[in-house]
Design a protein around this ligand. Structure first.
Ligand code: ZN
Length: 256
């Protein structure tokens, strides 16, 4: 279904269930961790309940809350996920998004415990550069608090995927499935980077894309706004680009 056709509540619930089950089966959450929400209307959000494994979420177990996180509709005895304020902060900051996924992807989260999170921000993996951009890390704030949402909000302004230091990650999307896919991509990227750092002997020895390569990827496949986020100028040739261009021309002349 195209993203511009309004989704019915039933369809949104179905897709949330699919995203929850995928989170559990891919090991991106454990026990009752993680939560998924979808925008149902201007002042209503579908939200997974607290204390339920994401592998056991059903269409009927999903609740409806307002923009303050208060339960509006749902099974009696159910409680809205404690992390709802993180999701509400994302909807407030980015009114165009339709869904939010919060999980604890083990490898990506481990980067924030080890102080190596800059590897996820640097231009290294082409699909991440073109499709997501630099993945920033929000400083640690106690999970489940309104303060966490407030601290994360500025990060949501420019990033669809945000790491939460010593906690987990958040992915935004037009639909629950698209947000889920970004979370899956984050963990895959983190796994590749972890292995690369191990093979290379250190995080710093991992090969980065050059500014010219980064710019080329974004110009061809990404959102031009990502150029600024990597510190690249869309118009002006960077010094590195100039050096690379001249070096390539010289090598060509020499027949290398
Ligand atoms: Zn969490």
């Amino acid at each position: 279904m195209a993203d511009d056709i309004p989704w019915t509540e039933r369809e949104l619930r179905k897709q949330m269930v699919r995203a929850c089950h995928a989170l559990a089966s891919r090991g991106l959450v454990a026990a009752t961790d993680g939560n998924v929400t979808a925008k149902l209307g201007p002042d209503r959000i579908l939200v997974t309940p607290s204390s339920l494994s994401k592998g056991e979420v059903t269409e009927l177990s999903i609740l409806v809350c307002d923009l303050d996180g208060r339960l509006i509709r749902g099974r009696s005895g159910s409680k809205v996920s404690s992390e709802v304020h993180l999701h509400l902060a994302a909807y407030r900051t980015r009114p165009e998004i339709g869904a939010v996924v919060h999980a604890h992807p083990p490898v990506a989260t481990a980067f924030t415990f080890s102080g190596r999170e800059h590897l996820l921000r640097d231009p290294i993996i082409p699909e991440v550069v073109a499709q997501i951009g630099p993945i920033e890390t929000c400083p640690y704030v106690t999970p489940g608090t309104r303060a966490l949402g407030e601290t994360a909000a500025p990060f949501f302004k420019s990033c669809d995927v945000v790491l939460l230091a010593q906690h987990g990650a958040v992915a935004l999307g037009s639909t629950p499935w698209r947000a889920y896919l970004r979370m899956e991509k984050l963990e895959q990227a983190a796994t590749i980077l972890k292995t690369s750092a191990e093979l290379a002997g250190s995080a710093e020895a991992v090969r980065r894309l050059t500014p010219a390569q980064t710019k080329d990827l974004i110009v061809n496949y990404g959102d031009p706004k990502l150029l600024g986020r990597y510190g690249l100028d869309a118009k002006r040739e960077t010094e590195s680009e100039l050096v690379e261009r001249v070096a390539a021309a010289v090598l060509k002349r020499l027949g290398a």
